[in-house]
Ligand binder design. Structure first.
Ligand code: CA
Length: 229
């Protein structure tokens, strides 16, 4: 995937600052000052790997842009720039297909770090080592980002894949929820450890024989989880 980022922000001064910093970090940047312009630019730049979308815009808002990009088959990363911190808005963003949030006012260093983390995740570059991890009935192909259980493919989201990879590279090691958040989401999200639990619950349903009595992903009470090898 190309190191190409779409930056949608109607405030010229903020946009320029973000663009300069992303270019300095080595990204090719496509800029847009409105949601309509962002969608128009996407038509000729469908190779972007991360989209940074401001929510509050004069025309169609950032959520609508996100929804439209996903509807057009965009599979790259999406970071919403939101001035609002309410949980309801985060849920709205998740429903439209966003991957991450940065709340305004933000530090451009933090935003660049988030773009880097998401870019690594969507481009799969750290996983392009062709390795396969085999344990019990599972076979994880790190190049294809594919999991087989007894030879049958298990459909995983990128996040679920990330969690599984973290476990299989640390078989038998108790992993703190904070550590999983850091490894999988790429940063520490204070107060959002629950997203780890929610994803683990979903992962157990997909891979455990009996999700209510997990045999592979064990809970380490008051700490986190452990893959029992
Ligand atoms: Ca705005």
């Amino acid at each position: 995937m190309k190191r190409k980022v779409l930056v949608l922000e109607d405030e010229q001064s903020i946009r320029s600052f973000v663009v300069i910093n992303l270019k300095r970090a080595g990204y090719e940047v496509v800029e847009a000052g409105s949601g309509e312009e962002a969608l128009e630019k996407y038509n000729t730049n469908d190779d972007i790997s991360v989209a940074v979308l401001d929510v509050m815009l004069p025309g169609i808002d950032g959520y609508e842009v996100c929804r439209t990009l996903r509807a057009h088959g965009y599979t790259g990363g999406v970071i919403m720039l939101t001035a609002r911190v309410q949980e309801a808005d985060k849920v709205t963003g998740l429903m439209t297909g966003a991957d991450d949030y940065v709340t305004k006012p933000f530090s451009v260093v933090e935003l660049t770090a988030r773009v880097d983390a998401l870019y690594r995740r969507v481009s799969g570059s750290p996983f392009a080592d062709g390795d396969t991890i085999t344990t019990g009935p599972f076979k994880l192909n790190l190049r294809a980002r594919e999991l087989l259980k007894n030879g049958a493919r298990v459909e995983l989201t990128q996040i679920e894949y990330g969690i599984l990879k973290a476990f299989l590279k640390n078989i038998g090691k108790a992993m703190a929820r904070e550590e999983l958040l850091e490894k999988v989401w790429g940063h520490h999200y204070v107060g959002e450890l629950k997203i780890v639990d929610v994803n683990i619950r979903r992962l157990r349903i997909k891979i455990e024989d009996d999700p209510a009595n997990p045999q592979y992903i064990k809970t380490v009470r008051g700490f986190g989880y452990l893959w029992e090898g």
